[in-house]
Design a protein around this ligand. Sequence first.
Ligand SMILES: [Zn+2]
Length: 468
Amino acid sequence: MQHVDTLIVHAHALTMRGDGVGYIGDGAVAIQGGRIAAVGATAELSARFSASERIDATGHAMLPGFINAHLHSPVNVIRGVAQDVDHWLEKAYWIFYKYVDDADALARSRFTLLEGIKSGITTFLDHVAPFPGWPQAYAAAGVRGRLAASISALGMDAKLDGLYPLDPRAGRDIDEAVAFAREWNGAAEGRISVLLGPVAPDIVLREHLLEIKRAADREGLMIHMHVAQGDREIAQMLARYGKRTPEYLDELGYLDEQLMAVHLTEATQEEVQLMARRGVRMMLCSSAIGLIDGIVPPALAFKEAGGMVALGSDNSACSMFNEMRLTALFNKIARRDPKVMPPWEVLRMATIESARAIGLGDQIGSLDVGKQADLILIDLRGPSLSPVLDTPVRNIVPNLVYNARGTEVKTVIVAGRTVMRDGEVLTMDERAVLEEAQAAADAIARHVASDPDRDALALVSATRSGKL
Ligand SMILES: [Zn+2]
């Protein structure tokens, strides 16, 4: 009998192998050295393996950890202040964002990681200007960080009316991002990897985009960028270059498998097809774009054109349950067709398809022998996920997508190490993280409260009048 570190048994295993959810009833996984050593039926694996730790997952779904394919970890503490209004960026968000600096960034990021871990996210694609302690926060939290070092030519004091003033000195950010990648790619036993993250084509200079592309080719890095993320961006592109974003990026040689395009809110059908055909990957943030723009991004069309789509939370709740449910519902409603975005498809977009889209498909995203042991256990026995049926219809995945709260996630394992057990995060002091996040948000709010521009904010008046 072979000995392994961990054997998880008696689970409803959703392996995400094949083209569905790869279900195994009474399923088991053996973990050795941080990787998956075997996947199969409990009877079979129990006969093959003895284990240092045996986890009985009776009544639980076992699946690969969720992947959040787009977020900005230090800004989640100010969520709830910039939606339900016109021009969310210029007229609501920017005044808060300009007071977000490096001072409390680490505390704010930890808060987002805590929220994510508690709902089963094991890989975070975090798009941020590198700040002190950023990769170390991931190393300490025990999760996987795909870190997109952001590059922007828009100063924090910029006025956002008219053509944005772009600062040519932003070219220095490229050297810093490359240096960051060289230092951190593969750190924390391979849990940390780095990408280049030009923020958006309207706020990065053309010559810098070309330099970023050359650097990405030279260093073997992928590129993660907001693309066609609103009429605001398209207007800037037309005014500056006389072209819409996709045509402009095509000219620059950007439309290929190296590019992860976030949002594509404003992309036309032709532009979607062009990008999907070229192998561009789409990051879909249903909740955030629904809230700030009232738009359902063209993910269905992107998939229909053969493109890969991954789910991200952006500035919304760091929960893939939220994104899966809203992605399914929004698209059904927008198409007036209940058949589109079925639950197995959105679950794949939060696991295996996302892993492939962010360039980690050979490492994570499914329960497969040789892959990293990133997996979660979800308790199906509470009121939100029970009763469980196996036949004639298996209802586990529909209920996970349409009805889970997130709190049903009980165990989170990353690279074979338990990060959360019975709902308790083992790598962080939860109370301290929450207190620090509150203090950091309070500090930003104090600045905004004394900013002379605050009175123009719709949500400030809604608060004053007692509506909010
Ligand atoms: Zn974003």
